[in-house]
Design a protein around this ligand. Structure first.
Ligand code: NAP
Length: 519
């Protein structure tokens, strides 16, 4: 069940929000501690969905600042008025129950006895659960704060052991997955905010995201879990892509962002959830390899994995960045030679890059995958990087030339690849190469996909170069990843369309003066 808390501070707004929340939620939580003058009778008369009445004191993260007795009186009133549920804090239950007048026997109100920890996820939650299970609660609620992604597993294990109905999840950014995956975790309820800005606790996901991106209504215990391992992960468009693909192909699966601090314990602990696969991003593409059972030859060669597949309990590592980048380049060059814009074919002519001189700007993870791919296809590769030592190191691994960014020589370059974030949103006025160094006939591949057309791409087009951006590469690596996980091949057009919509959406919310053009 999904519950939306009402955090309005006056009666009119509370009534309005309650009506709106009732369109999406199974239960509405009236946070009467937010209300200046809580008119409980009037609010309860207008409910169209079951209501939890909560009057949280400041000490438990709420807004009620008055006397404890006054706070409990309001909860007693809620019981008299036949609220569907009343949430009472674990240390107030005796006092609430001590009054014979509020004995809930024969009353329809169910008691949720709650425990919150706002700083951490303690290790002794089983004891807390045992204590609360003897409190006379109809439902227990145990909510803690996640300081690391692993804290979610503490909650998962608690939920697996629970015999009584238990609402349990982690607050905070690290805890958001326990809210999204609440059915898999076994919590009988999750909370979602009515909209961004109306959260009653940190990490609460808004209802539209919960319903439309993570499709919680169709999740169940069997839902296969996939996700992105990285740090940061909040900017990723991966959840928008993969979740739409799961929906379009009718798969019972969900893809979530995992903000990870240490990759090794994460991989180990999340085996408990039987996660089916991961995308891997900065900074774990290299370090994840040591946590896997097996890697494919390309990963061994490149030294980086961006995809993990759980095959019958064994974790296998792949790199889909490399082939995605090569095919993107080959399609662009082949398309240009045929006088059309870049082709969108699954197979490409891998001999096209043989003997071509390619300059890669950057020496990070993307540059590494591309450099190995180009070398493998017989191109003559030079790596230029701001940090020269890093360029030398990568060049040594690949077996190619290296230099500083300012060493770029146009007359010795057929293909330029930008594998730095220079020109990426929001600093869209930056470019890694002076326009005058771009020559007609060169192929320019900017791996950046936000914005879809970078300044480098625009200027390269003006100079008569063959130009391709990062979106086709992104779509190809995602498609290949999806194929490795599910055995199903999604269409590249479908992925690009979802990505374009999402990027346009994000940018118009953040900065509505920036144009976003499709390459
Ligand atoms: P990374 O491992 O952090 O490497 C970043 C590289 O960019 C390093 O070589 C760094 O140089 C260089 N760099 C950073 N800021 C710079 C600046 N202001 N001026 C000059 N050089 C700078 O990152 P990555 O994963 O390789 O990603 C690099 C780019 O590739 C990003 O723009 C990313 O969006 C793109 N990418 C695209 C796809 C796709 O599917 N389209 C996939 C992966 C990555 P130093 O060594 O001197 O720090």
């Amino acid at each position: 069940m999904i519950c939306i808390p009402i955090v309005a501070t006056n009666l009119d707004d509370a009534v309005k929000d309650m009506a709106e929340a009732s369109r999406f939620a199974d239960i509405v939580e009236l946070r009467i501690d937010y209300l200046k003058q809580p008119d409980l009778k009037s609010l309860l008369e207008r409910r169209t969905k079951p209501v939890i009445v909560t009057n949280r004191p400041v000490r438990e993260g709420g807004k009620f600042e008055g006397r404890e007795e006054d706070r409990l009186s309001l909860l007693r009133l809620a019981i008299q008025l036949q609220a569907d549920y009343v949430d009472v804090e674990h240390d107030s239950i005796q006092r609430l129950r001590g009054n014979a007048a509020i004995n809930t026997t024969g009353n329809k109100t169910k008691l949720i006895v709650s425990y919150h920890h706002f700083n951490e996820t303690p290790g002794n939650l089983s004891e807390t659960y045992q204590k609360l299970s003897k409190s006379g609660a109809d439902i227990i609620k145990i909510v803690t704060f996640a300081n690391t992604i692993i804290d979610n597993i503490t909650i998962y294990r608690l939920l697996q052991q629970a015999k009584m109905p238990l609402i349990s999840f982690c607050m905070g950014e690290y805890g958001a997955i326990s809210r999204i995956l609440y059915k898999k975790f076994g919590s009988c309820l999750t909370f979602a905010s009515l909209q961004k800005g109306k959260e009653s606790a940190p990490g609460q996901v808004n209802i539209h995201e919960l319903l439309n991106v993570y499709r919680v209504r169709s999740q169940d215990k069997q839902t296969a879990i996939y996700g992105l391992i990285g740090n940061p992960v909040s900017h990723s468009i991966g959840p928008y892509i993969h979740n739409v693909l799961f929906k379009e192909l009718g798969l019972n699966a969900v893809y979530v962002p995992f903000k990870v601090d240490k990759v090794e314990p994460f991989i180990k602990e999340f085996k408990a959830l039987d996660t089916r696969g991961y995308s891997v991003t900065i900074p774990y593409k290299e370090s994840v390899i040591g946590c896997l059972d097996e890697t494919d030859p390309m990963v061994k060669k490149i030294g980086a994995a961006n995809t993990v597949v759980n095959k019958d309990g064994r974790l296998m590592g792949y790199n889909t960045d490399c082939e995605a980048a090569m095919k993107t380049l080959e399609c662009a060059i082949e398309g240009a030679s045929r006088g059309s814009s870049q082709l969108k074919t699954a197979t490409t002519n891998s001999a096209l890059l043989k003997g071509k001189t390619a300059t890669i700007l950057g020496a990070g993870g993307a540059a590494r995958a591309i450099a190995f791919g180009l070398k493998h296809r017989g191109a003559i590769v030079t790596i230029l990087n701001r940090n020269y030592e890093r360029a030398q190191l990568l060049a040594g691994d690949v077996g190619c030339l290296s230099g500083r960014l300012e060493d770029f020589q146009a007359d010795r370059t057929d293909i330029i690849i930008n594998a730095t974030p220079v020109g990426m949103y929001p600093a869209v006025d930056a470019t890694p190469i002076d326009k005058n160094k771009l020559k007609p006939g060169m192929a320019v591949f900017d791996t950046i996909y936000n914005p879809l057309e970078t300044r480098l791409m625009r200027e390269a087009r003006e100079q008569g170069c063959t130009v391709v951006g990062g979106l086709p590469m992104f779509a190809r690596q995602a498609a290949e990843q999806f194929q490795l996980w599910t055995g199903r091949t999604p269409s590249l057009e479908s992925i690009e369309k979802i990505a374009c919509e999402r990027l346009a959406n994000t940018q118009s919310r953040n900065d509505n003066h920036l144009p976003i053009k499709k390459s």
